[in-house]
Design a protein around this ligand. Structure first.
Ligand code: WAQ
Ligand code: MG
Length: 259
């Protein structure tokens, strides 16, 4: 689903579902597009495509750690430190945070998808800097969703932002050539974000921007040759992944601690 208002992206969502759940999922997505905190949609598009069950891979969710910070500057410093832990140079980490903070699209607004950033040089690799790359065709099985929601409940984190972001990050981090992901929401009232990688898991950070800020986005840090890039993009956008196992969900690592 994709919702726009006068050409500006408001929200998007992707699912991978058994055919008999399509109708209810479409209604849910329509309701969400109509009542989005970024504004009322003027145009809502649905794209529905059959995927052969044979092509669907299964997988396990990343482990989630919840880092509570006192302020968004502290959150961004923690994100920077986590990115460096997975080998992203300091200058590349800092620059990527700065780009998301100032609006990654050429218009100075949020992009519709993610930036692809060379993990060593910091060069932007996506072919369309307004659209970026949208990860798609990933979801949780009904059982996995139920187990995850029960676990998140205990941390007071059971909301659709967390469930969807954890699902997306799991697919992105399992892609060949992806080193890490950085994200924070573009919704003015949702201030959290995360850094994720295969080794770090999903490191949730409670504050990544000031209240009311609509600039947010995603950076996928890439280490692959230019020739391999189209395959990576095709994998992110098209390879179906249905997650059927949950990972660990852990409490705060950095509650109120200066980092
Ligand atoms: N693929 C690539 N980029 C995407 C996708 C996608 N499928 N969906 C959204 N984006 C980009 C796009 O630039 C959006 O502007 C930006 O990410 C933010 O999207 O643990 O809510 O849906 O509490 O606003 C993370 C923290 C919340 C969750 C992320 O993202 C938590 C969030 P949003
Ligand atoms: Mg949003």
């Amino acid at each position: 689903m994709r919702a726009e208002c006068h050409g500006q992206h408001i929200s998007g969502a992707e699912r991978l579902l058994p055919g008999n759940e399509l109708e209810s999922a479409a209604i849910e997505m329509l309701q969400r597009a109509l009542r989005h905190p970024r504004g009322a949609a003027q145009k809502i598009s649905f794209h529905v495509e059959a995927v052969s069950a044979r092509c669907v891979k299964s997988g396990k969710l990343l482990d989630l750690s919840n880092n509570s910070v006192d302020s968004w500057p502290q959150g961004r410093r923690l994100a920077n430190r986590l990115l460096r832990k997975v080998g992203i140079p300091k200058a590349v980490a800092e620059h990527s945070i700065e780009i998301l903070a100032t609006g990654a699209a050429p218009s100075g607004q949020s992009m519709r998808g993610a930036m692809l950033i060379d993990a060593d040089s910091g060069e932007r690799l996506e072919s369309d800097p307004a659209r970026g790359v949208r990860a798609s065709r990933m979801d949780l099985t009904a059982g996995c969703r139920q187990r995850l929601c029960r676990l998140l409940e205990q941390l007071n984190l059971n909301n659709s932002h967390v469930v969807e972001a954890l699902t997306l990050a799991t697919k992105v981090c399992s892609a060949p050539g992806i080193v890490a992901e950085l994200c924070w929401s573009d919704d003015p009232d949702y201030l959290a974000g995360y850094v994720a990688s295969r080794t770090l898991g999903y490191q949730r950070i409670s504050h990544m921007k000031p209240a009311g800020e609509e600039r947010g986005g995603r950076a996928f840090f890439v280490r692959c040759s230019k020739e391999e890039l189209p395959n990576l993009v095709a994998w992110l956008e098209q390879a179906p992944l249905l997650i059927d196992q949950i990972g660990l969900v852990a409490g705060p690592l950095h509650r109120g601690k200066e980092v």
